[in-house]
Design a protein around this ligand. Structure first.
Ligand SMILES: NC(=O)c1ccc[n+]([C@@H]2O[C@H](COP(=O)([O-])OP(=O)(O)OC[C@H]3O[C@@H](n4cnc5c(N)ncnc54)[C@H](OP(=O)(O)O)[C@@H]3O)[C@@H](O)[C@H]2O)c1
Length: 299
């Protein structure tokens, strides 16, 4: 890391940036890459993202696309007049790699796959260990050992910020009681049908930034009549309404699309806003529905 932690890259828009609790700036809009597979698909989606102002890429070991992303960035960044420092790169520890030595080795493997010497953010993907029963009390000790590895890699400046994903308030309270370096980010499923208001309030109080995944309900919410109605009133797309709903609560977003035109559409978020009445209509959809996974049963 050569650049000062406190500097926003020149190719970023300051109003589209959040400062993490470790003094690192993070872009509020990123490209999700779950199920984005194949070198050409990855390249086209990333190219559209860079052209449309995305400066964050969210990947994970379990997505199986770190090498494709690393190689696409290597080609695309110079083509767009950008460098590694212009991109906020996130990856995640696979649930099979929990434990201190395993987590450290897994993170170093991710760096190698991505062709980088540091990551901007590395998240514990899931509070449980793959293959273990969810209610096994050993999950708690194991994820804490993983956190020790992330703290060490953060000290060694391989990871500018560290965080967690799919943690509940209970998992976060345990971590906050034991950690030396506090988590900067919690990445969770967050959309009008899963508004997570208690979790959001907790994160605000504790200075942990909440980042939404599956903002579009993994694609299912764009067809909801409540969302379509608000979109029509603003002359906008349903996907844009769902992303603004999160941004207006201070929550960052990482929509995924394999289609360059949708990647572009999902970035048109900055020159308009939802009214309080729109927000309330969308809030009324909250029914605790998970389209991805529910971590509440993990001990
Ligand atoms: N930490 C975790 O456990 C976790 C879990 C899930 C996801 N994530 C991260 O969050 C990212 C986003 O979540 P997600 O991929 O689950 O779902 P999402 O972003 O809510 O939705 C993606 C789906 O919506 C479709 N889509 C995208 N833009 C659209 C548009 N403008 N209009 C209509 N449909 C559209 C996509 O299809 P096309 O590709 O065909 O356009 C895709 O099927 C992931 O990619 C990943 O990086 C993290």
């Amino acid at each position: 890391m050569k650049r000062s932690e406190r500097e926003i890259p020149k190719s970023w828009v300051p109003d589209r940036t959040v400062w993490l609790n470790v003094g690192v700036p993070m872009s509020l809009l990123g490209l999700g890459t779950f199920r984005l597979r194949g070198d050409e698909t990855v390249r086209l989606s990333l190219e559209a993202a860079l052209e449309n102002g995305y400066r964050l890429v969210d990947t994970a070991t379990v997505y199986g696309n770190e090498a494709a992303i690393g190689s696409a960035l290597n080609t695309l960044l110079p083509r767009h007049g950008l460098s590694r420092a212009d991109i906020f790169l996130t990856s995640k520890l696979s649930p099979k790699d929990h434990g201190k030595e395993q987590a450290e080795a897994a993170c170093l493997r991710s760096l190698k796959e991505l062709g980088c010497d540091y990551l901007d953010l590395y998240l514990v993907h899931w509070p449980g260990t793959q293959g273990w029963p969810q209610d096994d009390a050993g999950n708690r000790e194991r994820r804490l050992r993983s956190w020790r590895a992330l703290e060490k890699l953060h000290d060694g400046r391989k990871l500018r910020a560290i965080g967690v994903s799919n943690y509940t308030i209970r998992h976060l309270e345990e971590l906050l009681a034991e950690c030396r370096v506090r988590p900067s980010v919690l990445q969770v499923e967050f959309h009008p049908e899963l508004a997570q208001s208690a979790l959001l309030s907790f994160c605000r109080r504790e200075g942990i930034h909440l980042q939404a995944y599956s903002s579009l309900g993994a694609g299912h919410l764009v067809d909801r009549p409540e969302v379509a109605k608000v979109a029509m009133c603003h002359g906008r797309q349903p996907s844009q309404v769902l992303l603004r709903w999160a941004l207006q609560q201070g929550v960052s977003v990482i929509p995924k699309s394999a289609s360059p035109s949708r990647v572009a559409e999902n970035a048109q978020l900055w020159t308009w806003e939802l009214s309080q009445a729109d927000m309330e209509e969308l809030n009324a959809m909250d029914c605790g529905k998970h389209y991805c996974w529910d971590p509440s049963g993990v001990a």
